[in-house]
Design a protein around this ligand. Structure first.
Ligand code: HPA
Length: 263
């Protein structure tokens, strides 16, 4: 099918109002969806494919807390050889569905040693270490508004203590960073590091969406713990946190749904 047919199929009967991009190992959330429908990325002509383990490569629609949602299980990164337009194809797809509320998640390395691996953070702003972010849109759009932050904070209140907001540093990969780069990022105010999310935030907000970005700290960033970093460690930590993460996102979707019904 082509992209328009996929949009029509996934919007049929009732269109989703919230979209969720699920990071590495965080796909469990869709198990809580009712009335599920899915379309695999490889069923859509010309759509990029997920090549990373832990990213299954499909859209799943359904209801979460009674709210119509669509999740992207799997995203696209520079380190897979994709260009910026391909990296942004999930956001473009959600825009074609007229979605105005986007939850973004990722697995990230933790730079700020005041915190712990396994914790979930809100992202309040980003630093670009790829030199590519401005091609996604106006960089100032990356700053998450007080309103967006307050809904994220409220969702977290009922699940765990206070949500901490951090600055996310975007790198291209495919390699993890050097210890010296991580010390440099810390000196610039970076708290988390990862290979996604920043261009998605900028693009989605330039299209008028409200964006709620989260990082799951799956490992200490390079050079902090002395252990070698691996994608297996990232997946293992994501595995231990995924039910906690699912509760947080469910509560957030509940609040966003309420806000939309109030309008
Ligand atoms: N660096 C970059 N990306 C990541 C990391 C990291 O330490 N952990 C998970 N994604």
């Amino acid at each position: 099918m082509n992209k328009d047919e996929a949009v029509a199929l996934l919007s049929k009967s009732e269109a989703p109002i919230v979209a969720i991009i699920l990071g590495s190992g965080l796909g469990l959330l869709t198990e809580a969806f009712t009335d599920k429908k899915h379309v695999k990325y490889d069923e859509i002509d010309g759509f990029p494919q997920s090549t990373v383990e832990g990213h299954s490569g499909q859209f799943v629609t359904g209801r979460l807390m009674g709210v119509r949602v669509i999740a992207a299980q799997g995203r696209f990164h520079y380190y897979e050889g994709y260009n910026l337009k391909q990296i942004l194809s999930l956001v473009d797809f959600f825009h074609a569905m007229r979605i105005k509320e986007l939850v973004i998640s990722n697995a990230a390395g933790l730079i700020n040693t005041d915190y712990h691996v396994g914790e979930i953070f809100g992202i309040s702003d980003c630093l670009d270490f790829t030199g590519q972010a401005a091609a996604a849109g106006e960089l100032s759009l990356c700053r998450i508004s007080e309103k967006e932050q307050s809904i994220m904070t409220k969702a977290a209140e009922s699940i765990f203590k206070k949500l901490v907001f951090g600055k996310y540093v975007w790198t291209t990969g495919p390699s993890y960073e050097t210890p010296a780069e991580i010390r440099y990022f810390r000196s610039l105010g970076g708290d988390l590091v990862g290979m996604s999310t920043m261009p998605e935030i900028i693009k989605a907000r330039s299209l008028g969406m409200q964006v709620y970005p989260f990082s799951v700290a799956t490992n200490f960033a390079s050079g902090i713990s002395g252990n070698a970093l691996s994608h297996d460690e990232v997946k293992e930590t994501a595995e231990t946190i995924k039910s906690h993460f699912a509760s947080l996102i469910s509560e957030l979707v509940n609040l966003i749904g309420k806000q939309n019904f109030d309008i």
